[in-house]
Design a protein around this ligand. Structure first.
Ligand code: AMP
Length: 417
């Protein structure tokens, strides 16, 4: 299937072609016709599947085809959990809508509100927003939501994780009842189901990315080592593997800062990105990383969520996340759009439990890589000897002290076909 078969306006098809895309991704194939038909949508899809274009393209088409109802007030509202995602979604809207006379704007906290107010006054068709700042605008009457025709809730699962449910409900209550609703979520938990039931009317359900999709396409490796050796090991990985662009995950903001400083000192250009950084610093770090001016971007889970970095070759988990699903999100930052990617996790003794949870979730063991000089110390991680297989017959049937061969004989003996 090609984009021309989807019936999108010529201006949109031109913008898509200029991006070099000729074939719609599975979510685009399913979501675009449903949205064009005016249906509500519940899509289970992660970042990296092309979901942004999946809702942006048909929305642009609908707006261009329908005359304005209320002058100057937004007709589309896209809610996102993070500032980074708001910026990226708005960028997509601008890119795909560049040949259409439509105005878009991203509003988010952590930056001055005045420029946003000025842009809203000039008139905005598509407003992309994080919940808190949007409510500030509503309170100040600088954003009016009564003209919203299409409402998009992006990364709904992360919205709930971040505690935005009350804000979301407040915002939904401000929208006119006759509207089209699109909801995107990486997972489909009972909470998401409940939110969807209250928001969507007879939605078309699209499910393109089982949550371990990335886990199947990304080359994954684990290096079992010792906590006190991780810093040296990280430096060595950058040096010996000639990594030129790697996203490094740390558990804490403080840890992310410390790692970025350590790498920088070691001659690996690095910056940290997390919730305590100013918006300017985060945007700058991401731009520098994308432009190849930084070799390493050290991030916390929340800051990295939804980052759109084309063809990112490496993800390094300096520490494993506590929640196994976050591992899948993290490694989903690499190996995108069919490109090869590698995710390397440094695992010390007290993270073995996390590793087991992750392997259970992705339903397979992750390959172990041994780096000489960095092996996990036997004392720190005593490996219990595997218990002998319990005999299936009374022990008397086994030759004394002969474990080798014994269990095999029993096993083959018990398998009557
Ligand atoms: P998303 O899941 O929306 O974050 O998109 C993931 C990446 O895929 C982005 O870098 C998009 O620019 C890219 N992309 C979106 N649609 C297509 C397509 N049809 N063909 C190739 N790449 C695409």
């Amino acid at each position: 299937m090609s984009f021309s078969e989807l019936g999108l306006a010529a201006e949109i098809q031109r913008a898509v072609a200029e991006q070099g895309y000729d074939t719609p991704t599975p979510i685009q194939r399913q979501a675009i016709p449903a949205v064009l038909a005016g249906r509500d949508l519940m899509a289970t899809a992660q970042t990296g599947t092309g979901k942004t274009a999946g809702f942006t393209l048909p929305i642009l088409h609908l707006l261009a085809a329908r005359p304005r109802r209320a002058a100057r007030t937004p007709r589309v509202l896209v809610l996102t959990p993070t500032r980074e995602l708001a910026i990226q979604v708005e960028e997509s809207v601008r890119v795909y809508g560049q040949h259409l006379p439509l105005a878009s704007l991203a509003v988010f906290g952590g930056v001055g509100i005045q420029p946003q107010i000025a842009s809203l006054r000039r008139g905005v068709d598509i407003l992309v927003a994080t919940p808190g700042r949007l409510l500030d605008h509503v309170q100040q009457k600088t954003a009016v939501l009564s003209g919203i025709e299409i409402f998009v809730l992006d990364e709904a699962d992360r919205m709930l994780d971040m505690g935005f449910i009350r804000d979301i409900r407040k915002i939904i209550a401000l929208l006119p009842p006759a509207r089209q609703n699109l909801m995107f979520s990486a997972t489909f938990s009972p909470e998401i189901r409940e939110l969807a039931a209250g928001l969507l009317q007879q939605p078309v359900a699209v499910d393109v990315a089982p949550r371990n999709t990335a886990a199947e396409t990304v080359i994954q490796k684990v290096i079992e080592t010792n906590r006190e050796q991780k810093k040296e090991l990280l430096k060595q990985l950058f040096a010996s593997r000639g990594l030129h662009q790697a996203l490094v995950f740390a558990r804490t903001k403080h840890g992310a800062d410390a790692l970025a400083r350590m790498l920088d000192k070691a001659g690996v250009k690095a910056a940290a990105i997390h919730g305590d950084k100013t918006q300017g610093a985060r945007t700058r770090a991401l731009a520098d990383f994308k432009a190849g001016k930084l070799t390493a971007l050290v991030a916390t889970d929340i800051a990295a969520r939804g980052l759109d970095i084309d063809a990112l070759p490496y993800v390094i988990n300096y520490e494993l996340p506590n929640v196994a699903e976050d591992y899948v999100h993290r490694i989903g930052r690499t190996g995108r759009a069919g490109l090869a990617g590698e995710a390397i996790s440094l695992v010390c003794h007290d993270e073995r439990g996390n590793l087991r949870d992750i392997e259970k979730l992705i339903k397979r063991p992750i390959e172990r890589l041994v780096i000489p000089g960095f092996e996990a110390a036997a004392t720190a991680a005593p490996r219990p000897a595997p218990p002998p297989r319990p005999p299936r017959r009374p022990p008397v049937a086994r030759p004394a002290k002969s474990q080798a061969g014994g269990p095999t004989r029993h096993r083959s003996g018990s398998r009557h076909r």
